[in-house]
Design a protein around this ligand. Structure first.
Ligand code: SF4
Ligand code: MG
Length: 336
C-alpha cells in the first residue's frame, strides 16, 4: 500500500545571526490513511519544524529545505508554490495549532470563517456554505450553532475556539489533519473533550492525524504509532506498544520514566531529562544524545548510529542495539 504521507531524508536549516541552525536532519517517516501518528520530543527536537515544512509554513529564507522529499497522496509536494500549497491546505490537509487565535480572524464572524473555505475550495453557494458551516459547528459540539454562527472569536471560550478551528480544518474533509499541541493551552477537562472529539472525527471520517504532543498519556490514548525526535533526528519509531512496552532507545527510556506502569493512560507530562539538548549550530557527528546518555560508549561520540530494525515497524537509532554492544544490564552492573 502506498503511504498517504511519506517524508524521506528531510533536512531543514535556518540562517540566523549566530550561524546556520540544522533544525531537522535526515528525518524519514510515513503516515497511512486513517492512522494517528504521534510525534514526541522536547522543544527544539525538530517536531514542529518537520510538520511546518510538510505544510509549507516555514519562511524561506531564513529557512531552507536542504534535502529530502515529501510525498502526499503520491504527489511530490516538497517544493510546491504558495498557491498550490494553499489549495492543498484548503482541501486535503487541515491544521490545528496550539493557540486557536493564531488560526482565527478576530474581526470576522465565526460562521463566515468556516463558510469561506467551503465557498472557495468546495465551490458551494453562500447559502449551502452557511448550512454546511452550521452542521460543522454542531458536529464539533458547539451548542446553539445557528446563533453562534454570527458571533466573533472573542465571544467563545478557549475550548470552544479550538472546536471552531477543528471545524474549519475539517470543513473540506481533509485526508490528513496535522495537530501541533492542540490541547496544551487548554484546561485539563477541556483537553480531554477536544481529544475525544478528534478521535471521534478521525473514526467517522477516516482522517489520518499527525499529533504533536508533550503528553504521553495522550499518545497512549490516541495514537497507533509514535515517532520520538531528539536533536533534529528521529531516534526511535514504532507502534504504541513498541514504544511503551519495549523501547530501545535511552532517550525514550528517559521520557517514559514518569509513566506508572501498567496503566500508561494516566496523564503524565514528559519529565525533563538532565542536561541540555544538543547545539544545533554545529550538531555532533555522533549520537546527539551522547552527552546526556548514561550508557554512552566510545563509538557513540564518534559515529552517528544507523537505523537498527527491531521489528517490522520498530526502528531505533542507538548503538546499544548493535549485536556487538554490551548488554545494558552489564553497563548498569559496571556502575552506569
Ligand atoms: Fe546513548 Fe550511544 Fe545509544 Fe546514543 S547511541 S543513545 S549515546 S547508547
Ligand atoms: Mg513546537
Amino acid at each position: 500500500m502506498s503511504h498517504l504521507l511519506k517524508v524521506e531524508n528531510l533536512q531543514v536549516s535556518f540562517k540566523t545571526y549566530g550561524g546556520e541552525v540544522q533544525a531537522v536532519r535526515n528525518v524519514s517517516f510515513h503516515v497511512d490513511q486513517g492512522e494517528v501518528v504521534a510525534i514526541v520530543g522536547e522543544s527544539g527536537s525538530g517536531k514542529s519544524v518537520t510538520v511546518q515544512t510538510v505544510m509549507g509554513l516555514i519562511p524561506i529564507p531564513p529557512g531552507k529545505i536542504k534535502g529530502g522529499k515529501i510525498t502526499f497522496s503520491g504527489k511530490d509536494i516538497t517544493n510546491l508554490s504558495k498557491r498550490e500549497m494553499r489549495k492543498l491546505k484548503g482541501s486535503e490537509i487541515g491544521m490545528v495549532f496550539q493557540d486557536p487565535m493564531t488560526s482565527l480572524n478576530p474581526t470576522m464572524k465565526i460562521g463566515k470563517q468556516i463558510a469561506e473555505g467551503l465557498i472557495k475550495h468546495q465551490k458551494l453557494s453562500k447559502a449551502e456554505a452557511k448550512q454546511k458551516a452550521i452542521e460543522l459547528l454542531k458536529l464539533v459540539g458547539i451548542p446553539n450553532a445557528a446563533e453562534r454562527y454570527n458571533q466573533y472569536p472573542h465571544e467563545f471560550s478557549g475550548g470552544m475556539r479550538q472546536r471552531v478551528v477543528i471545524a474549519i480544518a475539517l470543513a473540506c474533509a481533509p485526508k490528513l489533519l496535522i495537530a501541533d499541541e492542540p490541547t496544551t493551552a487548554l484546561d485539563v477537562t477541556i483537553q480531554a473533550q477536544i481529544l475525544d472529539l478528534m478521535k471521534d472525527l478521525q473514526r467517522r471520517m477516516n482522517t489520518a492525524i499527525i499529533l504533536i504532543t508533550h503528553d504521553l498519556g495522550v499518545v497512549a490514548e490516541m495514537a497507533q504509532r509514535v515517532i520520538v525526535m531528539y536533536g533534529g533526528i528521529v531516534v526511535e519509531t514504532g507502534t504504541v506498544f513498541d514504544i511503551f512496552e519495549r523501547p530501545k532507545h535511552p532517550y525514550t527510556w528517559g521520557l517514559l520514566e514518569s509513566i506508572p506502569k501498567p496503566d500508561v493512560k494516566e496523564k503524565k507530562r514528559l519529565i525533563p531529562i538532565e542536561g541540555s539538548p544538543p547545539d544545533l549550530f554545529s550538531p555532533p557527528k555522533g549520537c546527539p544524545f551522547a552527552p546526556r546518555c548514561k550508557y554512552a560508549m566510545e563509538i557513540c561520540v564518534e559515529k552517528m548510529p544507523g537505523e537498527f530494525k527491531i521489528s517490522n515497524e520498530h526502528i531505533a537509532k542507538c548503538w546499544l542495539n548493535d549485536p556487538r554492544a554490551p548488554q545494558v544490564e552489564a553497563l548498569i552492573a559496571a556502575g552506569r
